[in-house]
Design a protein. Sequence first.
Lengths: 322, 291
Amino acid sequence: MGQRKRVDIAILCCLTLITFAIPWAVKSSFYIHILIMSAINAVLAIGLNLCMGFIGEKSLGHAAFYGIGAYTTAVLSVHFGLSGPLNLLAALFVTLVCALIIGIPSLRLRGPYFAIVTLGFVLILQLLVLNGGAFTGGPMGLPGIKRLTLPNILTGRPFTLSTDIQYYYAAVVCFWLAMIVSIVSINSRVGRAWLAIRENLDLAESVGISAFRYKLAAFLMGAGLAGLAGALYTHYTAFVSPRIVDTWINVLLAAMVIVGGEGTLLGPVVGAVVLTALPEALRFAEGYRMLLFGVILLIVIMFAPQGIVGLAADFAKRRRRG
Amino acid sequence: MQLLLQSIVNGFVDGFGYVLMAVGLTLVFGIGRVINFAHGELYTLGAFLAVLFIGHQFPYFSTVFIAPILVGLLGIVIERFIIRRVKKPGLSIWAPFLATLALLVILQSLYLIIFGPDPQIVENPYAYDSINMGFLTITGQDLIVSILFFVVVFCLTWFIRKTRYGMAMRAVSQDRDTSLLMGIDIDTIYTLTWFLGVFLAALAGVLVTPKSTVDPYIGRMPLLKGLSIVIVGGLGSVEGAVVTGICLGLIESLASIYISPSFKDGWGYLLVILVLLFRPRGLLGRTVRRG
């Protein structure tokens, strides 16, 4: 265990350096865009992994919280002219309230029931957004969202994030926030309770763990992170459309967690980066792009169903044994 | 009054289409333990084959049978070469689910490459005939859907209840390991189940799409509605799927006239959420064993 922990810390240190140093190495704005999207997707995948990997309940409704965060920010910005940190807090608050409303009934269900019910909430949200008229912009979406303005602690003057590099750093801060939430909770009493629930729910309850409360905690943490990611995304693209709550995004998020390796710390990060970059890397194939994407996904599932990180861990274990 | 009757008839016909989707899904889940997310794409494939066959002067009635059988054969290929490989013990029970997700992407992009993104029409000689009963109009297509629906559901119920294979299917859905010990060839049962489930999806595609158009993305809504019906009816319960599917068709049809047409596709999931709050096993569901 000691050696594993040291390896983990080494990986995390490298990751910190890489995430903060990338803008010096990468100058192309296209790559920066992909990196920002990777970071935002990683935040979503980390949040989803808390529920999927550590509690073992597969939520297919994670994009709902992303969408709620994004639309809260968009509505506040377009209709009320807000663009400051209040937007982020409001997105977080509204997402958490919605997560409570969705989580309390649906977390009583298990397995496929939970998966499909959470998928249903996304569908309902999408219909609400599509039929929201001028308030949500309907099928056309809401354009003209203000850029994020943060108070500068040093000078006291407000400071607007305008360049891609600034949004990259904002996304990285958000990413590390998600990582810290994930690391701290996994290594605490809460994380141990989650694992107990995942391995055997009935046994966990019989030793006095309130499974429902811990499940709700994971669900809320994941939802809050997704809400923040949604708010950041909206400020970054200055536009939000109902595509953000498409059922396809949920499916892609679940794929990120599983392809990366569910129930591992780095799995969702690896999955998010790979599945965000892959469709872009396949652009050379033009019309055959999504076909190739599907085939690659299928091959990974068929030959490495424990995910990329799971595969790497297996490989390392086998080498250590000799 | 006329509006009410007409919307009830329309609701029934819509419901029949949903039932065909949901029964296929519930069979594959109840027996194969896989939520098939590619189910909607197989529905689409049925519709595209119908466009192709009828375009080549095939009679409609032979198309209705040949297209679903061909898609059913594809279902067998999927089960044998993909699902069976990812269903190894020790792997996550979600691996087959993710494999069907990858299939969804693959099939959808294949349709886009082969058939193009433009909506196409299933030419159907009976679509324009209608029976007018003064206060009520039933189109020829609705009549065909209704008759075939009853024939198919009757045959399926007979097959599951009375034949040896049907009995074996029920046994496997109850307890896989004991069935194996009783000498049931489980692999054959899985293959058969996938054939039947996929056949029904494609049949729904062939029957429902003459009322609208066919493009590579039509499979999504039938899949989502099928899933909601399967959940409300109880996962793995064929009777539950039949009852719930028809109810959903009726609710949608009536609600879109008397409440709001724009929320039509949301009623299914609203129903799911309400039912599961009060009866977490579905309306007619039995307790499903975990794992």
